[in-house]
Design a protein around this ligand. Structure first.
Ligand SMILES: Cc1ncc(COP(=O)(O)O)c(C=O)c1O
Length: 350
């Protein structure tokens, strides 16, 4: 039955492709389509967009993530996939666990990568450690604090998470997360089950071989290619060395600060020590429309910079130079694009 369905849709796709190529296509198409429809149980034809090749522009991703993915990581992600429960996959997951322990500088045994973006890790942290009726203390200093406050009621537990798409330069879709003993005590002694099955650490700790059980059992189908890419991103940091990587981000950020100040721009965080070396926030220059500046930079330089999020929307523009993008040459490109935008975007009256 399934095979019949597959071959029928393949035939339809072929017919649609042939119809598009045919010189008689324009004249014959409506009749052909009616004929095909009457012969087929498929009522929705293959969408025309699916019959065109995928088009993806080349862009410089100088926002807060995703950042550009280096060829080495793209190649890792393009390797033939294997089963999510194959022993070799478990080895790769074990490597990922060690790599995350290194970048997080933790010996926490319960250290894994979520199958999902940063939000998956954020929700996993809350769903597993908070039970109904508990109260939560959340430090709200931006959009992520606001979101945690929205979904949580109690969180004074040591959990660390990130996303794959930032300084690790892997594609979005996996998220390192690590729980300390105190968090484990809380999670594994709860009275109620977490609301999410996918994010339930009782299952995930087994899937990642962190629960001391001899066998890992099926919980969900992990993003195999995403894990290949994440492993490669972690390997690059391990080869470079964490301290060298921190220093490089600081040095390139200082270089960028000088360039921004030379352009007459003001950094949003006056205290240098409070600034993130990976993402720099710039106060919107007086009289400019930030959306116009960002759109100009995208259109003329194929470069993504972003505005603020949540409470900082309309107040800042953000430049992220992370991992692979963390080079003075890339900072120069960003500065050049900004200078061009400042020159050419008319000062708005608003
Ligand atoms: C602290 C924090 N939490 C959650 C997220 C959301 O991550 P994602 O967009 O990968 O779901 C981000 C993204 O920047 C973040 O910085």
């Amino acid at each position: 039955m399934q095979r019949a369905l597959f071959s029928r849709s393949a035939l339809l796709a072929q017919q649609a492709a042939a119809a598009l190529d045919s010189p008689l296509a324009a004249r014959g198409a409506p009749l052909l389509q009616r004929l095909e429809r009457s012969m087929s149980s498929v009522t929705i034809p293959p969408p025309a967009c699916m019959l065109r090749p995928l088009e993806v522009p080349n862009r410089y991703l100088f926002g807060p993530g995703p950042s550009n993915v280096p060829p080495r990581i793209l190649a890792a992600q393009g390797r033939p996939i294997i089963g999510h429960l194959h022993p070799e996959m478990y080895e790769i997951m074990n490597d990922i666990k060690r790599g995350i322990q290194y970048i997080f500088q933790t010996e926490n045994n319960l250290t894994i990568a979520m199958s999902g973006s940063g939000h998956a890790a954020m929700e996993c942290a809350v769903f597993n450690t908070v039970e109904p009726g508990e109260s939560v203390l959340v430090a709200v200093n931006g959009i992520w604090g606001e979101r945690v406050a929205e979904i949580a009621e109690r969180m004074d537990i040591d959990i660390l998470y990130s996303g794959s798409q930032k300084a690790l330069n892997s594609p979005p879709g996996t998220a390192p997360i690590s729980f300390n003993e105190r968090a484990c005590d809380k999670m594994f002694n709860r009275k109620t089950k977490p609301v999410s099955y996918l994010f339930d650490m009782t299952h995930l700790s087994n899937y990642w071989g962190c629960d001391g059980q001899p066998a890992r059992v099926y919980h969900h189908t992990g993003p195999v290619s995403g894990f290949f890419a994440l492993r490669e991103g972690l390997a690059i940091v391990a080869e470079k060395g964490l301290e060298a990587s921190w220093k490089k981000h600081k040095d390139v950020a200082s270089y960028l600060y000088r360039g921004l100040e030379d352009l007459g721009l003001k950094l949003f965080i006056p205290d240098r020590d409070l600034r993130l070396p990976s993402v720099t926030t710039i106060a919107i220059p007086d009289g400019y429309n930030w959306r116009e500046l960002l759109a100009y930079i995208m259109k003329h330089h194929q470069m993504e910079m972003t505005g603020g999020l949540g409470p900082s929307i309309g107040m800042v523009m953000r430049i992220g130079l992370m991992g692979y993008n963390c080079e003075e040459t890339k900072a120069d490109m960003a500065l050049h694009a900004l200078a061009d935008a400042l020159k050419n975007c008319k000062k708005s009256k608003v």
